[in-house]
Design a protein around this ligand. Structure first.
Ligand SMILES: *[C@@H]1O[C@H](CO)[C@@H](O)[C@H](O)[C@H]1NC(C)=O
Length: 114
């Protein structure tokens, strides 16, 4: 097999795997991807914002641990976390973050089963 054939086959494989990823996830743009580093200070700032905003509504919880974190790039980024709080509950929270104009909004903060 010539080098040229190998290049054609490799390109075909990469096109097919991208197509597979899009199909499986209902669109790369729409999908939530796991956040690799939950200790990243920027990520921690997003979670802190969620808890602080939730507490502004008369709640008094404290973050114990981030159980899970995912993000979705839109015109900005949606961050989705499940967290544990000191009231022994777990919460699902979504924060919309647009770093270029420092806009951040809490989209969801609800208690979920452990
Ligand atoms: C959780 O922490 C907050 C803030 O420190 C405190 O006001 C609240 O009483 C704590 N709740 C529990 C259940 O310990």
């Amino acid at each position: 097999m010539s080098n040229r054939h190998i290049i054609v086959i490799l390109s075909l494989i990469s096109v097919l795997s991208v197509a597979y990823a899009i199909g499986r996830d209902g669109g790369v743009i729409k999908g939530y991807q796991p956040i690799k580093d939950l200790n990243d200070p920027y990520v921690q700032g997003i979670v802190k914002f969620a808890v602080d905003t939730y507490n502004e509504d008369g709640n008094h919880i404290k973050l114990v641990k981030i159980d899970k974190g995912e993000s979705q790039v839109v015109a900005g980024t949606n961050y989705r976390f499940t967290i544990s709080a000191n009231d022994t509950k777990h919460y699902l929270t979504i924060v919309y973050d647009r770093p270029w104009d420092h806009y951040r909004a809490l989209t969801a903060f609800v208690a979920v089963p452990a």
